[in-house]
Design a protein around this ligand. Structure first.
Ligand code: NAG
Ligand code: NAG
Length: 276
C-alpha cells in the first residue's frame, strides 16, 4: 500500500469517527454529545467585559455575550432543554464565586431561534432575557454588534479572537471540572467556508452553511467543549458565537461559529437591542 493510500484511509476513518460535528456545550455527568480554548492564553482579566458564563440546569455550561443590559446571546444548542439558566457576569476566575467583580443573575427567560435545528445545527443562536438589568461598569459591558453593512463580508483571513472557559485539552469523558478556571482567548484566522463545509458536511447532512463562520485549526488553535455560545470577536465587535467542532478538539480541525451579522433582524425583533 502506498503512503498516500494509508493517509487517505486514515482521513476517511477519522471523518466518520472522531470528526463528526460535536456541540461545544459541556455537561457535568455525561460525555458531551454534542468547545478551553485550545492553543490560547489567559486574557488580561476583564478585557472582554461582554463575556458571560451560562450555567444550565445547574450542571451544563456554555459561554455567551452580553448585548444590552437586559439580553445575552448564546448558542441555540445551549437552550435546548432548560429548567434553569444562571448568567455569570464580570468573571475572570469563574471557579471563584467570591471574586468581587462577579454577579450572578438567575430566573432568566430563554428564547431559542424558531428555526434552530438540532440535527444540522442550523440557526444555532438563542437569546437570554435577564430577570434584572446587568450593571454597566469596567468589568461588565455590552458587546458591539456588527453593522448590517457587514452582511456580505466573509471576514476571510481576518484575525479574530475566540474566548471561553471551556476545555484547554482533550480529556476522556470531560466534565465541567476539566474546564479552565480563568477566561482564555485564542487568536485565529477566519478560514474558507467552502473548505470548512467540505470538512464537516457529508452526504446525509449539511452542517456548514452561509450563516456560519469558520476559523482555521492551524497549529491546533480553536474552541472546545464549554466554549459554546461564547464570543468570536473582531476588534471588540461580536461577529460570531461558538457553535461546533470535532469531538476531539486537538486535531487542528476548523472551529465553526454562528455568523452574528446574519441574525441582526432576529435580534432586533426579539430583544431591546437597536440595530444601526
Ligand atoms: C480559581 O479560584 C479557585 C477557587 O478560589 C481556586 O481554587 C483556583 O486556584 C483559582 N484558579 C486560578 C487559576 O487562579
Ligand atoms: C474557497 O475554497 C474553494 C474550494 O477550495 C475555492 O474554490 C475558492 O476559490 C476559495 N475561496 C476563496 C475566496 O479563496
Amino acid at each position: 500500500m502506498s503512503k498516500q493510500a494509508i493517509l487517505l484511509a486514515f482521513l476517511a476513518l477519522s471523518h466518520y469517527s472522531v470528526c463528526e460535528p460535536n456541540l461545544k456545550l459541556i455537561q457535568a455527568h455525561v460525555a458531551p454529545s454534542k468547545v478551553r480554548i485550545i492553543g490560547g492564553d489567559e486574557v488580561v482579566p476583564h478585557s472582554v467585559p461582554y463575556q458571560v458564563g451560562v450555567k444550565i440546569n445547574g450542571n451544563a455550561f456554555c459561554g455567551g455575550a452580553l448585548i444590552s443590559s437586559n439580553y445575552v446571546l448564546t448558542a441555540g444548542h445551549c437552550c435546548e432543554v432548560i429548567n434553569s439558566v444562571d448568567v455569570i457576569l464580570g468573571a475572570h476566575n469563574i471557579s471563584n464565586p467570591s471574586e468581587d467583580t462577579q454577579i450572578i443573575i438567575s430566573n432568566n427567560e430563554v428564547k431559542n431561534h424558531e428555526k434552530y435545528d438540532s440535527a444540522t445545527l442550523r440557526n444555532d443562536i438563542c437569546l437570554i432575557q435577564l430577570s434584572e438589568s446587568a450593571p454597566n461598569n469596567n468589568n461588565i459591558q455590552a458587546a458591539k454588534l456588527p453593522p448590517s453593512s457587514d452582511s456580505g463580508r466573509s471576514y476571510l483571513d481576518e484575525t479574530v479572537t475566540a474566548t471561553g472557559w471551556g476545555l484547554y485539552k482533550d480529556v476522556p469523558f470531560p466534565t465541567t471540572r476539566d474546564m479552565s478556571d480563568v477566561l482564555l482567548k485564542v487568536d485565529v484566522q477566519v478560514s474558507n467556508l467552502t473548505e470548512c463545509g467540505m470538512y464537516y458536511n457529508d452526504d446525509d447532512t449539511t452542517y456548514v452553511v452561509n450563516t456560519n463562520l469558520c476559523t482555521s485549526g492551524y497549529r491546533n488553535k480553536g474552541t472546545c467543549n464549554g466554549d459554546s455560545g461564547g464570543p468570536l470577536s473582531l476588534d471588540g465587535v461580536l461577529i460570531g458565537l461558538t457553535s461546533f467542532g470535532t469531538e476531539l478538539c486537538e486535531m487542528c480541525s476548523p472551529s465553526v461559529y454562528t455568523r452574528v451579522v446574519d441574525y441582526l433582524d432576529w435580534i432586533a425583533e426579539n430583544s431591546d437591542v437597536i440595530i444601526l
